[in-house]
Design a protein around this ligand. Structure first.
Ligand SMILES: O=C(O)C(=O)C[C@H](O)[C@H](O)COP(=O)(O)O
Length: 210
């Protein structure tokens, strides 16, 4: 696990698109559209059967893209995404087996937390970059402000319920390194192959200040 590597990846784009791909042929045009719009870090969730192949394809084709794997909940999933070429992994939470697997693995993990005790557990395990998930339900901005008191050295990527309207306020919080969201990749645009919509959404998102 390398915190420096993860920091560089998370700082690369203010918004990390959270992606669920239904078809493998969407992977490359989508990565290209996001890149054209200025977004170079993306999270392909393991929610669909083509996710692993999509990660493999994107990482081989676009060395400049930091392609991460989302919904990594088990050591086995972590090994599989590493083999597929993922640059990092994201989990909605954190378990003891995942802590062990991340420590032994070669790619950094961004674990999910939503309470102070979960934050403390993640810190004990050596993590400094955390995903606040589900961000809005966990208390959103007010929660992040409260966490900044006792946990000064931590950086969060809030994800879950964030919108283009709320993203700038989240990003203005000193303890927010980037935000995650699915709004950059609407299913209808993916299905229609409407890459222009996605380029525009990515342009707007990449123009947001960190
Ligand atoms: O599947 C996972 O592991 C996830 O990471 C969940 C995502 O973070 C949220 O589904 C994104 O939420 P929205 O932006 O509100 O759509």
């Amino acid at each position: 696990m390398s915190a420096g590597q993860l920091e560089q990846i998370l700082r690369a784009s203010p918004v990390m698109p959270v992606i669920a791909l239904d078809r493998l042929d969407q992977a490359l045009p989508l990565a290209e559209a996001l890149l054209q719009g200025g977004i170079s870090t993306l999270e392909v969730t393991l929610r669909t059967p083509v996710a692993l192949e999509a990660i493999r394809l994107i990482s081989r084709t676009f060395p400049k893209v930091h392609v991460g794997a989302g919904t990594v909940t088990t050591p086995e999933a972590l090994r599989r995404v590493e083999d597929a070429g993922a640059a990092f992994a994201v989990s909605p939470g954190l378990t003891d087996p995942l802590v062990t697997a991340a420590a032994q693995g070669a790619i950094p993990l961004l674990p999910g937390v939503m309470t102070p005790s979960e934050v403390m557990r993640a810190v004990d395990a050596g993590f400094r970059f955390l995903k606040l998930f589900p961000a809005e339900q966990a208390g959103g901005l007010a929660m992040l402000k409260a966490l900044a008191g006792p946990f000064r050295e931590l950086h969060f990527c809030p994800t879950g319920g964030i919108t283009p309207a709320s993203a700038p306020t989240y990003l203005s919080q000193p303890n927010v390194i980037c935000v995650g969201g699915s709004w950059l990749t609407p299913k209808a645009s993916l299905d229609a192959g409407d890459w222009k919509v996605i380029i525009d959404l990515a342009r707007q998102a990449s123009a947001l200040a960190h």
